[in-house]
Write a protein that binds this ligand. Structure first.
Ligand SMILES: Cc1cc2nc3c(=O)[nH]c(=O)nc-3n(C[C@H](O)[C@H](O)[C@H](O)COP(=O)(O)O)c2cc1C
Length: 184
């Protein structure tokens, strides 16, 4: 099987982010035939139509190219006030205005981690809604909503909870198979 490349994008900018840590766990748990690299959204500017008209900013163009080059995207979203954090939504808004828009027809997996009880469920459903607008092909199941994240990662940010590791591994297999299905 040819190697598939997944691009991981975390919706958190903080160094000790559970969501970025979940993506690092995904790198470890990547199934056969898949490699995962991470892209940062830290340098994406605030969306401004005037800036866009003047020219797509370099960090946006770089992310556009990285998404286009990937076979699938894996997005880890925190939940802020019951929805997608502004930095991640802002990134999606920028990418939606690039041409060619690289999420169009792209397989996408969504995961999320929160210290709270429902593990970013509300944010994930809002994110799915935005990806309908971008015409991405989001994997339906399994859904990875990592609740009580502070009990599942250690102080160094390693995903230590065995059940979560197993479930995330199954999701990555499903995203690989979804990606292959869409390519076929
Ligand atoms: C502005 C703000 C709003 C938040 N709102 C929610 C929320 O609605 N639901 C939730 O589960 N956690 C909420 N949290 C807590 C985040 O889940 C927590 O900060 C988490 O660690 C963020 O993800 P990260 O670790 O990847 O940075 C909020 C945090 C911030 C800073």
């Amino acid at each position: 099987m040819a190697e598939l490349k997944f691009l991981g994008i975390s919706g958190s900018l903080r160094a000790a982010s559970y969501n970025t840590a979940a993506l690092r766990a995904a790198i470890e748990l990547a199934p056969e035939g898949v490699t995962i690299e991470l892209a940062s959204i830290a340098d994406i500017p605030l969306y401004n139509e005037d800036v866009k008209v003047a020219g797509i900013p370099a960090p946006v163009a770089a992310l556009q190219a990285a998404i286009a080059a990937a076979d699938a995207a894996l997005i880890a979203t925190p939940e802020y006030n019951y929805s997608v954090p502004g930095v991640l939504k802002n990134t999606i808004d920028w990418i939606s205005r690039t041409d060619p828009q690289p999420f169009k027809g792209k397989p996408v997996g969504i995961i999320g981690a929160s210290p709270g009880g429902i593990g970013t469920a509300r944010a994930q459903y809002d994110l799915r809604k935005s990806f309908v607008s971008l015409n991405a092909y989001v994997l339906n199941q399994p859904e990875i909503m990592i609740a009580a994240a502070h009990t599942r990662f250690d102080a160094a940010g390693k995903l230590t909870d065995a059940g979560t590791r197993e479930f995330l591994g199954k999701m990555l297999v499903a995203l690989r198979d979804w990606t292959l299905h869409l390519k076929a």
